[in-house]
Design a binder for this molecule. Sequence first.
Ligand code: HEM
Length: 513
Amino acid sequence: MSTQLDLADIQGNTVVAYGRYGFPAARFVFFRVTSPEDGRLFVAEIASLVTTSVPCPNAEVTTNIAFTYEGLKRLDVPEDSLHGFPDEFSMGMKARRDIIGDTGPNHYEHWDPVWNDEDKKLQHVHIMISINGKEEQYLESRDRKIQQMAQDHKVTQLVGHRGLQSDYQPSAVLPGGKEHFGYSDGISDTCVRGCGESLTDAIGAGKPTGGDPRKPEGWAPLEAGEFILGHPDESYAYPEAPGPPLFSRNGTYMVYRKLHQNVGSFNSYLEAEGARFPGGKEALAAKFTGRWRNGAPLVSFPTEESANQFIKQLTNAQANARSQGASQQDKDRYAELQLQLVAFDYAGDPQGAKCPFGAHTRRTNPRSALEFGNKGAFGTPGALSNRRRMLRRGLPYGRVADPTRDDGDHGVVILLLNADLSRQFEFVQQQWINYGNDFRLANDQDPLLGNNGANENCRAQGRMVIEGDAATGKPPYFCSRMPTLVETRGGDYFFVPSMTCLRMIGLGIIDPT
Ligand code: HEM
């Protein structure tokens, strides 16, 4: 529907992930503005460093900037524009805690100091700057440059990242592309229309069309308006956005969440329950997530043996394709196998016999599975999930010192981008992660992310049903007393302006009339 997006006006790491250009490390830096004039000068200067969505395979370092509602207010964005922002954005993440499950161990009282001032006032951070880089030295020199700009313009850098001496939140790819529970991560992405995408880019990453999920005709890119303001979305309407149009067009909303992982609880639960589970520990880990820990999707590779064999083939094909003198055939073979990592739908598994309804990936992107075997209204098999998609960015942080313990500082800094925080992120978090009714799972929560109560003394209340298989007579399996495996340690909702808007903010020339 929409034509090519203006990638030079859209900030980077949005419609196209920086992962594609291989930036293994990032720093997140947070600021507070005191005087609007100084703050605007800072923004105007930073704008010259900001990286756009134009492909940047040769860049060594990137810079991006985003604002909370309080930040925009402090920069004197006109009231009429501010009033155009939706409530969830102006309230901020802390005030939305009951909706998104930031209660108990996830409550903001337990967050890193950088998110709270002494009064624990709701929105504390004004500006977030993210720096992604190929090597530590590039991150360091860009960070220093930004710190100097902040000092020059009397903008305060906020500090207080748990367990760290650094005044920034670091994050970096872990060996083998794993996250701290040992799963390969960063495999699935979302394909947005208008980024110069090829036919195969939409396979597994776009929206299902009802065709063969292993072929391009089985998928189509999602409309840009699901993620970028000022463009038509999946309902052929323009997402609601603050005026004037130039202010919001090509901007997006970003959810920043620092999520601590209770690795000790994960390992001990998996060990104990895996000893009882038919198929063993690795099969149970795969049922939690919807992918084997080596990355193979459960719905396409239902046995451990088939998953291991597939990953072996993929690894060999990669080595061949990258070897000197690799033939076109070698490259095609690797590309074809790589696609199998994402080219699947749950439509062929309507009873959850292969991948449980409650598995993390099936919950967070059910593809066409919410139709429970129906073909979908008006020929749109993903109608119930297409409007809940997000662009998932972010990286792990920290190192696990002792895999038998929960303490320490390690987890995932997850960035989720969407055009409608309430319809997309908050819905997924509230209804699909912290609740199970859409999957006929009553109030069961996501096995990885559920807020299941305290871990001590077996008071944890998490449950997961692993569906059986009527065809073979295999009974269902019930996991109970699952501990809380992930806890929120900080975050907020940010507006990521277009380059045009950034300059308008910096120059103070937003005319809302
Ligand atoms: C510590 C926290 C988390 C961990 C350890 C985790 C782990 C994973 C893993 C291992 C995958 C499969 C790899 C892949 O498909 O790329 C995945 C996929 C995914 N996760 Fe998470 N995740 C976390 C938090 C979240 C949160 C907070 C959300 C959303 C609110 C989320 C949404 C998704 C989505 C949308 C996918 C892709 C599903 C698909 O398209 O098939 N995750 N996650």
